[in-house]
Design a protein around this ligand. Structure first.
Ligand code: UDP
Length: 290
């Protein structure tokens, strides 16, 4: 829904890569054996998942059921990309997997949060009742190259605004926090979780415990881009969590995993990518004048 074919263009000629366009709310029919399924389907930006909330909810819940049925049929191991949003606006910080969350069932974020919570329940029960081999990753804010500039999430938005010289839009007073995990670290964590034979259906937090305020994130983006953009403040969206920071003890213990890319380093890599994307999409005008 929110991805881009450009993001997989470099894989298209790989002999072991195949792309099929399919909506996971429809049953998944696959010929031949399947060893592993990573369920990463869903828009993840609040801006995008709130555009069609009922479809977002179906993507999480019906999508989970359809892929779990496929895993059951094929005897495949299946990993669910769950989310830190299952903790809602947390009253404890950092959040361990044992924390049951503080989630509004009827607010604007509910379609995503409650959909992901229901999906975890389906994964848990399909494991307990039918012996499906499931893994549940609770992913905290992830960023990196190939995140869409207009996606609405904070890191890509701030970089885009900084590169345009436009004001950086801070929601609320900017004191709310997030913990940003670089995409390569996250992917390594997902693969280790998939490969782990012990963890079963117990959810595992995957994120970077380096907690930053949104104001700090804005200042870092300005410093890293060298932009002279100003800051502008908007109303805080309803149910926007005030704090978010993963307790990653379980991932460290079970998967021997922890993030290795600092926010400063990851920002540099993402900025470099966004700058080269801009050059690719908007080739320099002119060519005659001197
Ligand atoms: N945010 C912001 N300005 C923006 C986009 C987001 O201040 O232009 C804030 C947002 O209100 C939230 C945080 O940044 O407090 C992270 O938002 P994002 O949409 O990236 O993800 P979330 O963690 O809320 O799902």
């Amino acid at each position: 829904m929110t991805g881009s074919m450009d993001n997989i263009a470099h894989l298209a000629s790989h002999p072991r890569f195949q792309f099929r366009r399919h909506d996971v709310i429809e049953p998944a029919i696959v010929k031949g054996p399947v060893a592993e399924i990573y369920n990463l389907a869903s828009p993840a930006s609040p801006l995008k998942y709130q555009e069609d909330p009922i479809h977002t909810f179906k993507t999480s819940v019906w999508g989970a059921l359809n892929l779990l049925e496929l895993a059951r049929e094929k005897g495949a191991r299946i990993l669910q990309s769950s989310t830190s949003e299952v903790y809602g606006d947390p009253t404890v910080s950092p959040q361990p997997e044992s924390y049951h969350g503080n989630v509004n069932t009827t607010g604007p974020r509910a379609c995503y949060d409650e959909g992901k919570r229901a999906a975890e329940t389906l994964f848990y029960e399909m494991s307990a009742r039918h012996g499906v081999e499931v893994r549940i990753a609770r992913i905290f804010n992830t960023y990196g190259p190939r995140l869409q500039a207009g996606d609405g999430r904070v890191v890509s938005t701030f970089i885009d605004q900084a590169l345009d010289g436009a004001p950086l839009t801070i929601n609320g007073d900017g004191s709310q926090t997030r913990s940003f995990c670089y995409v390569d670290d996250l992917v390594e964590g997902l693969m280790r979780l998939m490969a782990n034979d012990e963890v079963g259906s117990a959810p595992v937090n995957l994120g970077n415990p380096d907690e930053r305020s949104i104001s700090d994130a804005a200042a870092l983006v300005l410093a890293a881009t060298g932009s002279k953009s100003e800051l502008t403040w908007r109303a805080m969206p309803q149910d926007d969590p005030l704090r978010r920071c993963p307790d990653i003890s379980r991932a460290q213990e079970l998967l021997d995993w922890r993030p290795t890319v600092s926010f400063e380093e990851g920002l540099q890599r993402m900025i470099a990518h966004m700058v080269s994307e801009r050059a690719r999409q908007r080739p320099a005008a002119g060519g005659g004048a001197s």
